[in-house]
Design a protein around this ligand. Sequence first.
Ligand code: SF4
Ligand code: SF4
Length: 403
Amino acid sequence: MNPSPCCQSGASSADGPLTWFAANLQRCHEYACAQRAAGRRIVGILCEYTPRELIMAAGGVPVCLCGGSLKTIPAAEEHLPSNLCPLIKSTFGYHVLRSNPFLEMAELVVGETTCDGKKKMYELMGETRPMCVLELPQKEDSPEALEHWTRELRQFRSELERRFGVEITDAKIREAIAVMNRERELRRRLAALMKQEAPPLTGRQLLELKSSISCIPADFEQYERALEAFGQDGRSGRGGQGGASRVRVLMTGVPVVRGAERVVDLIESQGGLVVCMENCTGLKPILEDVDADAPDPIRALAEKYFHLPCSVKTENKARFDVLRQLAAEYRPQCVIELIWQACLTYDVESRRVERFVQNELGLPYLRIQTDYSPSDSARLSVRIEALFETVRAAAQASARSQS
Ligand code: SF4
Ligand code: SF4
């Protein structure tokens, strides 16, 4: 791996990791090409239920293929219903156009039975690409469901061994677990910087501090550098640019994949600061580690991934526990839920989230349903601004009552 461009240009230590991760596509592409040349297999993944550890233990490089581009959607709509989640359409558009270099390199694509749109899209993608779909059971409290998921992961291990002609030993899985735990820990510590009164980063900056490929060794150095730089800068709220006076926002709902950050930008351009993202591109997948010393590493992986509180689960009570915990730690002044158009599971669940946020957390709640098109940006800005006015008015009233 080449040294960071910021090392060469002499950029400040605080900007170095931001510059590094901003070049995600180019860096990951170079890394994937180098790893493939060294004999490793590129494996595309499409969901946070995928245990990257098993792919890594098979000598593979797991790469996230989720599409965040508006440009690939028209090509997808020639094959898929237009009234479908933009994340699914964008991902499939890359497949149709053959324009995602990681998908073109992938020797296997792994999906799960999560939402209906995704699993039916996998059938079409699987017509021309090697595909493996894990069956995710959806009753969160059912012991049988966890048993089934554990069996699925054991079969996945065998499938990877068969396809790639390798042996996946328990020792290799434990090694991969340890590396993934390390990455999760570093990213958790970075996210925790946003608990400060004047956070050192914007929510958008934090969102970008990760790669499409997990566990790139050079990324670990950059995570450490970011912790050092922003940990110190946090005293002045450098990255937050007036972070203490902004409205603290907890975002929940669908993943905010690269290229689809428009709503985060709207929130932060209206005077908000996204101090916490509960979703799959934020904290949700990295809150829990895997027990690297467990006697059965597959069972340990199954438990960690089965606990992920996605809206495809029922009743998904764990999501409310996570929201409660994050609200206590990050002290948001409001909650904004993002729902991609036609995402039925998050859309229906949002009714319960709204009640929970208002009644139990005692916070204002705003539900934003949109897609990747910027056509509604002006309307969304007005709604966000109105929410922030409510928050500020409540804060002023509370301050007056205490003085
Ligand atoms: S929101 Fe659900 S379906 Fe989407 S990536 Fe996360 S776990 Fe997978
Ligand atoms: S956002 Fe919703 S509809 Fe879209 S892929 Fe995720 S779970 Fe499925």
